[in-house]
Design a protein around this ligand. Structure first.
Ligand code: SAM
Length: 176
């Protein structure tokens, strides 16, 4: 039997949190596959990416959906742009099939998470990839941030990915 991927695991967790009236933020739109999974299941998606290429590719992929709002800006501005949301998804790293130069960065990732934490609204799911240098910094920085703020979070890993630097999902939820 084919083994589950990290993206599939993240979607499974998201499924348990969403319904037809959910407003979600895709904080790292990329090629749009997470939003493609979510669009038919929720009311709205507000999708952020700093690369025009990502927005253009995703708009083509998601052309059949009218419930997606696109923002060519950093996820640092999520809370300024979308006042009410039920959940935020971060899938960290670089745009697949790109030159890998532009990727999420631990300082901006934490800045965005800190602003979301100040709002204490909905759930946050972060897929982190400690297997590459910047990803390891993000992973360490995020874990120490969550511990420092005493945020109670879940960690999800795939059972067949046993290496220390295997991808990790951080999930937590604010109960207003
Ligand atoms: N969710 C995507 C999908 O389903 O295809 C994959 C996301 S990809 C791993 C990470 C994306 O984050 C890249 O497209 C990158 O341009 C974007 N990114 C990097 N820094 C960002 C930032 N500060 N704000 C928003 N997006 C950012």
């Amino acid at each position: 039997m084919r083994k589950k991927t990290m993206v599939e695991l993240s979607h499974q967790i998201l499924l348990s949190q969403i319904n037809k009236s959910s407003i979600l933020v895709d904080a790292t739109l990329g090629n749009g596959y997470d939003s493609l999974f979510l669009a038919p299941l929720v009311k709205e998606i507000h999708a952020f990416d700093i690369q025009k290429e990502a927005i253009d590719t995703s708009k083509a992929l998601l052309k059949d959906y009218s419930n997606i709002y696109y923002y060519l800006k950093s996820h640092v501005y999520v809370t300024d742009t979308v006042p009410n949301y039920d959940g935020v998804l971060f899938n960290l790293g670089y745009l697949p099939n790109s030159d890998k130069k532009i990727k999420t960065h631990y300082e901006t990732t934490l800045q965005a998470i800190d602003k979301l934490h100040q709002k204490r609204q909905g759930f946050i799911l972060v897929v982190a990839y400690p297997g590459h240098d910047e990803g390891l910094m993000e992973y360490v920085a995020l874990q120490s941030y969550l511990d420092k703020k005493e945020i109670s979070y879940e960690v999800h890993k795939l059972p067949h990915m046993t290496k220390k630097d295997a991808p990790v999902i951080f999930f937590w939820k604010y109960t207003s």
